[in-house]
Design a protein around this ligand. Sequence first.
Ligand SMILES: [Zn+2]
Ligand SMILES: [Zn+2]
Length: 323
Amino acid sequence: MMNHHDIFSGLFGGMGGLFSSAEAMLHQAFHPKSDDITVSLEVTLSDVYLGKKKSVVLDRKKGCGGCRGAGRVMTPCRACQGQGISMTAIQPFPGYIQQVAQECQLCRGTGYAGRGNCPTCHGQGALVEKRQLDVRIPRDCKKNHEIVFDGLGHHLPGEESGDAVVVLRVRDHPVFTRRGAHLFMEKEISLAEAMCGVELVVDTLDGRSLLIRNNPSAMVKPSSIRAVESEGMPVSLQHSHNLTYGNLYIKFKVKFPEVLDAETCGKLKDLMPSSSPLNIDRTREGVEEVILSEFDTSEERNPLDEDSDDDYSFEPGIQCAHQ
Ligand SMILES: [Zn+2]
Ligand SMILES: [Zn+2]
């Protein structure tokens, strides 16, 4: 049988979808849809890495079968058991008794005593059923990732089922930040480690421990980034069940010692490649010696602040070039 939807598809469908929104509106008018159910499911980055399966339970409203969603039911008349007629014995002449069908006096022949609440749904017209949904966490799960289950939302009588929407919310990881297929982390190391080689242990999202070493001859400069190949997030390859992995990137923060005593400074100077001597005569008139002082960039009146009155702006690129 052709329904409204087919008829309107027939009318508008041939016009290249020009009326698709009008069609959708008409479809909506003839086929009202029950509400969607949206549930949040918190997952860890480890769950995403492992592509774990999780379950959610929905409270799904369904039309009551007992009253077809009306909430109220007709109660049969007790006098006539819903027949609408009652049998009365009459005696047309002595010695003869006849049963005659008469309209039930109590319900006036309707068979019903009146309307009452449906005992199944207590007048609500709908029942709430628990429905479990199994969700496989996709590898490309975004921070707020929606998975739609068509037709598993509320379903009230005379309406099409709504959809169930499961929103996967990926909790922040204490160590890793995800960007696409890659993982990023920061690691603070000492100046000695930066110069002489660093070793660190990183616990992976699938429960392994990586012992990561840096080649001692390759110094780790402050804020430099090193990669551990294929220790990022798994990515499903197209048309295949095989996985490929992004990289783990580690940004090193080098913690410099707060102070160095003169003896240590002397030893270090002897050990380190020296800088070229200054081309200045300290005793010449017009030469002034000044000491660098601390500059607190967090101070309220920061002369390098973009909001300060003059136009001077801090250019990190220029600062680097002068180093
Ligand atoms: Zn009911
Ligand atoms: Zn009756």
